[in-house]
Design a protein around this ligand. Structure first.
Ligand SMILES: [Fe+2]
Ligand SMILES: [Fe+2]
Length: 262
């Protein structure tokens, strides 16, 4: 099966990039299943019910999230109902939502899950290595199902370490959260596809999707007004994982292109 993962969709520019390009990409790249990180899709903060539905209607089959998951309170209206969104597995057990979900893709099984990192992330939740280790023991094995993990984490070291820790047990690990796509897509020796960070789908002339002048001024003076999503040119960042019938990854292809914005 061929899985497209879309790096953190940021605001209206990011959604436009998805609407303008996803149907074509699904066709051109023979995509069977599309996953996106949705934590910033509504104004940079969380995922509203309407935006969730619009993106599903456009072709996104499942969402992973991250530290911004609760920023838009509309998520509480639908997170308990939909199978199409998973929340970080190492958040408190009392939080709403599911921590993994199984899908049927071309008569095969695909499990999607999500964890957050422990380094330079606030607040710090349960140890992501121990939580994913315990979760994988409950899930079907890689022989039985393709297993996809979004590790939403800041530190490249923590993500690479997680790649080595899970290699052989999962089909693909993609990192998110930094909004900068890394150049290290590869197959790990025990059959897991790996990319340290998928990047960000949203405003290109920005700092991580936010208006660049606000962020430059914040670094310059320590003071900043409320973050606003930038406008101008928009970029698409993502990655395609080709998964074989043994649920090992066969190829990892990063995607990175841009177009004029509004
Ligand atoms: Fe993000
Ligand atoms: Fe994040």
């Amino acid at each position: 099966m061929r899985i497209l993962f879309i790096g953190d969709i940021v605001g209206r520019p990011g959604r436009k990039m998805v609407f303008d390009n996803l149907p074509r990409l699904i066709e051109e790249k023979n995509i069977d299943f599309t996953i996106a990180n949705g934590e910033n899709a509504s104004g940079g903060f969380g995922l509203s019910e309407r935006n969730f539905q619009e993106l599903v209607d456009c072709g996104i089959d499942a969402f992973t999230m991250g530290n911004h998951i609760w920023d838009n309170s509309e998520i509480y209206n639908y997170i308990g109902e939909t199978p199409r969104l998973v929340r970080p597995a190492n958040y408190p057990a009392t939080d709403p939502g599911r921590v993994y979900q199984e899908f049927a893709v071309k008569d095969e099984r695909l499990v999607v899950t999500n964890i957050v990192g422990s380094i330079y992330m606030t607040p710090v939740y349960d140890n992501p290595f121990q939580v994913i280790d315990a979760l994988l023991k409950q899930l079907p094995s890689r022989a039985e199902a393709a297993i996809f993990v979004d590790f939403h984490a800041e530190a490249t070291s923590e993500k690479m370490a997680m790649g080595w820790f899970l290699d052989g047990r999962i089909s693909a690990l993609v990192g998110t959260h930094t909004h900068i796509q890394t150049n290290d897509a590869r197959l790990l020796p025990r059959g897991s596809g790996y990319l340290t960070d998928a990047g960000m789908t949203g405003p290109r002339d920005s700092v991580l999707g936010v208006d660049k002048d606000i962020i430059v001024n914040r670094f310059l003076t320590g003071v900043s007004p409320r973050f606003e999503t930038a406008d101008g040119d928009i970029q698409f960042n993502g990655v395609v994982f080709d998964i074989g019938p043994d649920h090992q990854a066969r190829a990892v292809e990063p995607l990175n292109f841009w177009q004029p914005g509004f």
